[in-house]
Design a protein around this ligand. Structure first.
Ligand code: GLU
Length: 484
């Protein structure tokens, strides 16, 4: 059974790259009837940022990325929060020491950020960390039951990197080989007894039976060290799917500090969660067809690993905006009305049917808030120029517009029932009587009532929306302007 996980560290904002990692891991699991896990990697206590955990839960929830196992959804492999699994890592670290694949190291005071001279030198020369501790007599002090506090010198446990080279295959980047000389004897257990991210991650991916590891490409270079750990334990190595970066429009790495929006910012701006998810699914994955609009369910059905690209994707706000508009169109009229209502109410005081206005504007906006600009002529007729009556395609000019308005005015005055059907019948009867193109009569009415070059609905709809009194009022103003 395919098992994937999203393994965030609650160390700050969850950017769109993290969300895409979660999404792909989720889609791979769902595409294979597998399980998707959430594991919180919080063993680096110095980097924890308050509130970021809640932010992770909220984002996944809003995005519809629902995990099968994870915090408060315990499966067989819990707990799913690493800080609650401390003893497990100790046990495995000691097992590695026994196997000769790890060692106690006394030469580094890493928590205080102090490094000893040999390490400093290695760092300046960009050499991976090596030390003499594997043969240190100090390790004799440590027995199986020692704790960090029961022995004098603080120590860490480090991975012992063997000679040779390590090769692995990444699903996206292909075969990668590194010389083990380039790999450092990384810390597995820190002086406070907590595992490093690098160690806990491997132990948990094994214990949680993860078959496919999906994560950012920044982890590619650490993967050989992880594989050496798997090999030391005799564990099966998972399939790796490293994802390229998402860049902003200036081709920089997305960063909240530089002002790049994260998921929550986008939702606050009025993007719909499904639109963002659909868009980021396609940021680095090609479905292999021309289809662009996918529900989460459809993404899960269509997702395949060979569609993942290894070149960085560029976040394109204009494209996301287009997606949002497409999603707005698919909302039910009731949902769009509810979304647009606050903007309609604060911009329209005239008693018009707001539900109708919402219906007319739905297909014309990319965001609910954009109705504001579309409805600005309702409360106040703009002081427009008569040039708006002149429209080549409509075959209208100043003279025939005036004639049309003059002919339609008495007809409208004679109607009391300003509903669509009645108005439509009356106006079209007049058009037929005159034997002219529809637009010759409709365009002048639309222009006189809206005072704008474009409006969210046509002449008959506007007549109905404004009602008799205001419609006649605006048509008379149009006639006056044309007579001047
Ligand atoms: N905790 C790591 C992070 O937040 C996860 C890396 C991984 O998925 O293996 O980036």
């Amino acid at each position: 059974m395919i098992r994937t996980r999203f393994a965030p560290s609650p160390t700050g904002f969850m950017h769109l790259g993290n969300l895409r990692t979660a999404l792909y891991a989720y889609l791979i699991a769902k595409n294979n009837n597998g399980a998707f896990l959430l594991r919180i990697e919080d063993t680096d206590t110095s980097r924890l940022v308050e509130g970021s955990l809640q932010f992770i839960y909220k984002t996944l929830n809003q995005a519809g990325i629902i995990y099968d196992e994870g915090p408060e959804k315990e499966g067989d492999c819990g707990p799913y929060i690493q800080s609650q699994r401390r003893d497990i890592y100790q046990k495995y670290a000691k097992e590695l020491i026994k196997k000769g694949r790890a060692y106690y190291c006394f030469c580094q005071k890493e928590e205080k950020g102090e490094k000893d001279d040999s390490e400093k030198e290695q760092l300046t020369n960009k050499q991976p960390f090596r030390c003499h501790c594997p043969d240190s007599p100090k390790k004799a002090q440590i027995t199986e039951h020692s704790t960090q506090h029961s022995i004098e010198a603080p120590y860490v446990i480090r991975q012992l990197i063997p000679q040779g080279s390590t090769t692995f295959i990444d699903t996206v980047y292909g075969e990668i080989t590194v010389n083990n000389d380039e790999l450092e004897n990384q810390v597995l257990i820190k002086a406070d007894g907590m595992p490093t991210y690098n160690f806990a991650n491997v132990v948990d991916d094994h214990l949680m039976k993860i078959t496919h590891v999906v994560r950012g490409s920044e982890y590619l270079s650490s993967t050989p060290k992880y594989n050496l750990l798997y090999n030391s334990f005799g564990w099966e190595i998972p399939a790796y799917i490293h994802l390229p970066l998402i860049l902003n429009e200036n081709k920089e790495k997305l960063s909240k500090r530089r002002g790049d929006a994260n998921f929550e910012d986008l939702i606050e701006e009025g993007f719909l969660p499904q639109a963002v998810i659909n868009y980021i699914a396609l940021l680095g994955w090609a479905p292999g067809s021309n289809q662009e609009i996918f529900t989460l369910q459809e993404l899960a059905e269509n997702f395949h690993l060979d569609g993942i690209s290894k070149s960085p994707a560029v976040f394109d706000r204009a494209k996301l905006t287009w997606f949002n508009g497409e999603y707005i169109k698919t909302l039910t009229p009731e949902d769009f009305y509810e979304m647009a209502l606050p903007y309609l109410q604060s911009n329209i005081k005239t008693p018009v049917n707001l539900q109708k206005v919402a219906g007319y504007t739905q297909s014309r906006v990319n965001f609910a808030k954009e109705v504001t600009d579309l409805v600005d002529f309702i409360d106040q007729l703009p002081n427009y120029s008569t040039e708006l009556f002149v429209h080549k395609k409509m075959k209208t000019n100043l003279e025939n517009s005036l004639a049309s308005l003059n002919s339609i005015l008495p007809i409208l005055e004679s109607i009391d029932d300003f509903t669509y059907d009645t108005l439509h019948t009356a106006v079209f009867a007049e058009i037929e009587r005159q034997g002219v193109k529809n637009s010759l009569v409709l365009w002048p009415i639309r222009t006189a009532i809206s005072g704008k070059p474009t409006s969210f609905c046509g002449a008959i709809e506007l007549l109905e929306l404004f009602g008799k009194e205001e419609s006649l009022n605006r048509i008379k103003i149009g006639i006056q302007k044309l007579e001047e």
